[in-house]
Design a protein around this ligand. Structure first.
Ligand code: CMP
Length: 654
């Protein structure tokens, strides 16, 4: 695959066993032969290490593993010594410094240009020269920094020619214009040859325009030149493009989680404040360049000679008033220039305001998308009920059902879980069902694989008080586990045989016998149930015959209780039939024992049944439903953790 690194070719080999570590990690190529200069090679190595990708967040996001990162290092080495990898430590710290410098520049420059007249003071020239130099170096650094491609994120362009081509085609021109000190170049040229026409021609029509306007103002030539230089120094504000680029790159890498929405809003607010700041400076700069005409806002407010902070505060107040469309500051614009400036800041302010509102709305919506989805669903249901002209009572029930089932949040859980890996999905479902598993003795005592197999196939369902969950005599297609709620087992004559509550299950007899439902089941309270379809039921129990026998034994007991033949479920084999009988007997013994203890409810089975040897047979204690005998009898004192399960349409993928 890769090229072999030999001597000065600088190429790299990934393939041969000799150059690959035991774990398949490629090792870096040996340095070229010959006596190395220890000092220079140490420095070179240090610099190269600085330019190489390190295992920072960006690199790990891009390459995924340390092994891939190692390969990338080798690839970068092959690309040439002085190519900086975009994931290198050097680039990280460089970007950080540039970010700080950019922010400082974009805040300080407009203030200095608008409110200070020390354009030729040493500290101002020093500040400008230093920052311009750093921004020029940034261009050089950009020419040597690899490029991450949007469409092919794994392949970073490291070829210097391609990097240069890419940079020249994209941001180079803007970066250059915003970095070269046009104002100083202009001043120097002007000094060298006051009447240098060549320069004026090159400077273009913009300056001619301005010079014309200055002539109208009858200003002195030296003053005019300084003002032109001032305008030229404004070009530095084009550095804003760099700021936007760096910030969005950092945002993508370091804030790509929940915080990113807040980060975006934060960025937007900062940007709005920055534009407000610029607008404020501009409000002052224009009348200042005009020499503060008497009808300008500065003259009206008598701020020409005020301290710069006072001037800035009034200018900012004026700009903010326009931008937020609140007013015009202290006085409405009196001159044409003021009026145009006001219009400009109104437009920019309204645009920012609209952007901000859009982002904030997005943020609020994305913050609680499940609640929004729920509200939308409820609205739709309401419209449907009105469209179908449903009776009032039915509407009430539907509304209550929605409230109870979804509890104000709507998730497409099937979709969410479907997007997870199989293992992760199973883990999440197991976790979601931990409370159910703990409360259902049938699960609590069972093999963990069996539990996992069952819970991944459960489906969440909610019934309202009075709902007939199962109708006697019908053919059943699923059984239920009660997470929360009380159901009544109703016999054909309308008598309630027993009640079941949290942690119990029902509807299994029909699935075990392939016959019809032996009783009706009615919800007494709101019931949060998990259903298991017949296919999944059979598939799981075929793998765990002991669990089937356990269920059969309980079913036999139940059948016995409602006066039906327990052998209905004991048709498998002689041995099984014997087991079931023994279990029934044992359970009867348990029931009798329960009847004697004061804190338990009445016994459920015919007390004529005697324990015999069944207890011995049940050396291994079999799980049985919790509240079979009476709701109060076995009620779990530990309340179920509410809200652990998202109450959505389909609890689990089938
Ligand atoms: P199935 O016949 O499928 O439908 C009705 C359900 O009521 C039945 O399964 C049992 O799960 C349940 N059931 C019937 N009799 C009793 C009982 N005595 N105690 C508890 N549950 C019962």
């Amino acid at each position: 695959m890769g090229a072999r690194a030999h001597g000065s070719t600088g190429k790299v080999h990934f393939g041969g066993l000799d150059e690959v570590s035991l774990y398949g990690t490629p090792v870096e190529a040996a340095p070229p032969p010959g006596p190395p200069d220890p000092k220079s090679s140490f420095l070179k190595n240090q610099l190269q290490a600085l330019f190489q990708p390190t295992d920072n967040k960006l690199a790990m996001k891009l390459f995924g593993s340390k092994k891939a990162l190692m390969k990338e290092r080798i690839r970068q080495k092959a690309a040439g010594h002085w190519v900086i990898h975009p994931c290198s430590s050097f680039r990280f710290y460089w970007d950080l410094c540039m970010l700080l410098l950019l922010v400082a520049n974009l805040i300080i420059l407009p203030v200095a240009i608008s409110f200070f007249n020390d354009d030729l003071s040493t500290r101002w020239i020093a500040f400008n020269c230093l920052s311009d130099t750093i921004f020029l170096i940034d261009i050089v650094v950009n020419f040597r920094t690899g490029i991450m491609q949007q469409d092919n994120s794994e392949q970073v362009i490291l070829d210097p020619k391609l990097i240069a081509k890419h940079y020249l085609r994209t941001w180079f021109f803007l970066d250059l214009i915003s970095s070269i000190p046009l104002d100083y170049i202009f001043l120097i040229f002007n000094q060298v040859n006051k009447y240098c026409r060549v320069f004026f021609n090159a400077a273009g029509f913009v300056m001619q325009d301005f010079s014309e306007s200055f002539q109208i103002l009858h200003a002195g030539r030296a003053l005019r030149i300084l003002r032109l230089a001032k305008l030229l120094s404004l070009v530095r504000l084009l550095r804003l493009s760099r700021l936007v680029r760096y910030v969005s790159q950092w945002e993508e890498v370091y804030f790509l989680n929940m915080a990113s929405v807040f980060m975006r809003i934060f960025n937007l607010i900062c940007m709005m404040l920055l534009i407000g700041h610029w607008s404020g400076c501009l409000q002052f700069l224009v009348p200042m360049l005009q020499g503060f005409p008497s009808n300008s806002w500065v003259a009206i407010n008598e701020l020409q000679e005020a301290f710069w902070l006072e001037q800035y505060s009034w200018a900012l107040f004026k700009a903010m008033s326009h931008m937020l469309c609140i007013g015009y500051g202290r006085f409405p614009p009196q001159s044409l220039t003021d009026m145009w400036l006001t219009m400009l800041s109104m437009i920019s302010g309204a645009t920012c305001y609209a952007l901000f509102l859009g982002h904030a709305t997005n943020l609020i919506q994305s913050l609680d998308s499940s609640r929004r989805q729920y509200r939308e669903k409820v609205k739709q249901v309401e419209e449907y009920m009105a469209y179908r002209k449903l009776p009032r009572e039915m509407r009430q029930r539907i509304t209550e059902y929605f409230e109870h089932r979804y509890q104000g949040k709507f998730f497409d859980e099937e979709l969410i879980l479907g997007e997870l890996s199989e293992k992760l999905r199973e883990d999440v479902i197991n976790y979601n069902c931990r409370s159910l598993v703990a409360s259902v003795p049938f699960f609590a005592n069972a093999d963990s694989n069996f539990v996992s197999d069952v819970v991944t196939k459960l489906r969440y369902e909610v019934f309202q008080p009075g709902d007939i969950i199962i109708k006697e005599g019908t053919i059943g297609s699923k059984m239920y586990f009660i997470q929360e709620g009380i159901v009544d087992i109703v016999m054909a004559n309308g008598e309630v045989a027993t009640s079941l509550s949290d942690g119990s299950y029902f509807g299994e007899i029909c699935l075990l016998t392939n016959a019809r439902r032996v009783a009706s089941v009615r919800a007494e309270t709101y019931c949060n149930l998990f259903s298991l379809s017949v296919d999944h039921f059979n598939a799981v129990l075929d793998q765990y015959p002991l669990m089937r026998r356990t269920m059969e034994s309980v079913a036999a007991e139940r059948l016995n209780k409602i006066g039906k033949n327990p052998n209905l479920v004991a048709h498998r084999s002689e041995e099984d039939a014997g087991s079931i009988n023994a279990v029934v007997v044992a359970l009867a013994a348990e029931a009798e024992h329960a009847s004697r203890s004061p804190d338990r409810g009445p016994p459920s089975l015919g007390l004529a049944l005697r324990p015999l040897q069944a207890a011995a047979f049940l050396g291994q204690r079999l799980p049985r439903p919790k509240s079979d005998n009476n709701v109060s009898a076995d009620h779990d004192p530990q309340p179920l953790a509410r809200g652990f399960f998202h109450k959505s349409d389909a609890a689990f993928p089938q």
